[in-house]
Design a protein around this ligand. Structure first.
Ligand code: 3PG
Length: 390
């Protein structure tokens, strides 16, 4: 794929696909990370004499205009991030665009307000292509969607990756395609069922796989351990054993908790105790990995050169069940700061878990992507990336 450096943008209208699907509380953006991360592309396009025309979705309006999902609500947050006014347009025409000065930043209404977007309807892609001279995709986190504004239009205009897209792709490549070995992956979260393909792919790519969170219970149960009342997908025992078998064949070491934090209630400050993994009382549930397991994980990190992290090791939203996630994340952050580890994290709860541990800034790279990060870890080709030529 080409980057913004490869494109002549002087006097060009540049369709810039961004992902500003940010969390909001009323009209207030509660986490502006995705907005901050698109600033370099907007600034570069302007500096090269081009006019950025921002295309983006927000939420899942199901092909209909939904006022609460209008991108007009994001104009103040965008203006404050860019330090420049933003011209919001519901449905622009090329004429209207040509009449505006080149240093305008235009924002087009939610691409998902028509069902043609998600259907990747060629007519919508054609329409979008009439609006610009160049297409730049800076929305890695939406690149797993083959939609008109993420995929279709890329085939109709000279196309390139934006700064954030390029940074995401290069971080992921460093972590899994050409990593410094040994490579350790941490995969946590509640359910194995949502991460089957991901686990299956990772065991053939990494040297050590640390499994944590609720999904570790399923693996422990599959090995004959009684996990009491813990969250556990008993019907996936065979699948879990298959993954363990695949790991053995591929020479990937699996690290499961050897001790666990158990409680009878799942609430903040609930009375808890640490027991050996095989000693979970039948009326209790496992809510975190124990201190011996954390020590083991820390040693694995010390022995590794590259870390890929997705998902928390315990029920980190409710203290004290955040202890293992916080300790392991801090260790990874410290090793990264010391230049001993390249650490890449992303997907769903991961970023909030790292921020909760206060180490979001210490990691080498924290992806803005949720679903796209997971699909990339699954080894899938992302249509939005493929359409850019790689
Ligand atoms: C995300 O928030 O992960 C992206 O914006 C994609 O959103 P979607 O899952 O609604 O396609």
């Amino acid at each position: 794929w080409k980057s913004l450096d490869d494109m002549d943008l002087a006097g060009k209208r540049v369709l810039l696909r961004v992902d500003i699907n940010v969390p909001m509380d009323g009209d207030r953006v509660t986490d502006a990370t995705r907005i901050e991360r698109i600033v370099p592309s907007v600034t570069d396009i302007l500096a090269k004499g081009g006019m950025p025309i921002l295309l983006a979705h927000f939420g899942r309006p199901k092909g209909k205009p939904v006022p609460e999902m209008s991108l007009s609500r994001l104009v103040p947050a965008l203006e404050s991030a860019f330090g420049k006014p933003v011209t919001f347009v519901e449905r622009p025409s090329r004429e209207q665009i040509d009449a505006l000065p080149l240093d305008t930043i235009m924002l087009v209404e939610n691409t998902r307000f028509t069902s043609m977007e998600e259907a990747n309807d060629p007519q919508m892609a054609q329409f979008l292509a009439t609006l610009g001279d160049v297409y730049c995709n800076d929305a890695f986190s939406a690149a797993h969607r083959a939609h008109a504004s993420t995929e279709g239009v890329a085939h109709l205009l000279p196309s390139c990756a934006g700064r954030l897209m390029a940074a995401e792709l290069s971080a992921l490549e460093t972590a899994l395609e050409k990593p410094d070995r040994p490579v350790v992956a941490v995969v946590g979260g509640a359910k194995v069922s949502t991460k089957l393909d991901l686990l299956g792919n990772l065991v053939s790519k990494v040297d050590v796989l640390v499994i944590g969170g609720g999904m570790a219970n399923t693996f422990m149960a599959a090995q004959g351990i009684d996990v009491g009342k813990s969250l556990c997908e008993h019907d996936l025992a065979d699948t879990a054993r298959e993954i363990l078998g695949k790991a053995t064949k591929a020479g990937c070491e699996i690290v499961l908790p050897v001790d666990v934090v158990v409680a009878r209630e799942f609430k903040a400050g609930a009375e808890s105790q640490v027991v050996a993994a095989e000693d979970c009382p039948s009326d209790a549930m496992i809510l975190d990995a124990g201190p011996i397991s954390v020590e083991r994980i820390e040693v694995v990190f010390e022995e590794s050169r590259t870390l890929v992290w997705n998902g928390p090791l315990g029920a980190f939203e409710i203290p004290p069940f955040d202890a293992a996630t916080v300790a392991a994340a801090r260790k990874a952050g410290a090793l990264t700061r010391a230049g001993k580890l390249v650490s890449v994290a992303g997907g769903g709860d991961t970023v909030s878990a790292l921020n909760h541990a206060g180490v979001g800034e210490d990691f080498s790279y924290v992806s803005t992507a949720g679903g796209a990060f997971l699909e990339w870890l699954e080894g899938k080709t992302l249509p939005g990336v493929k359409a850019l030529g790689g």
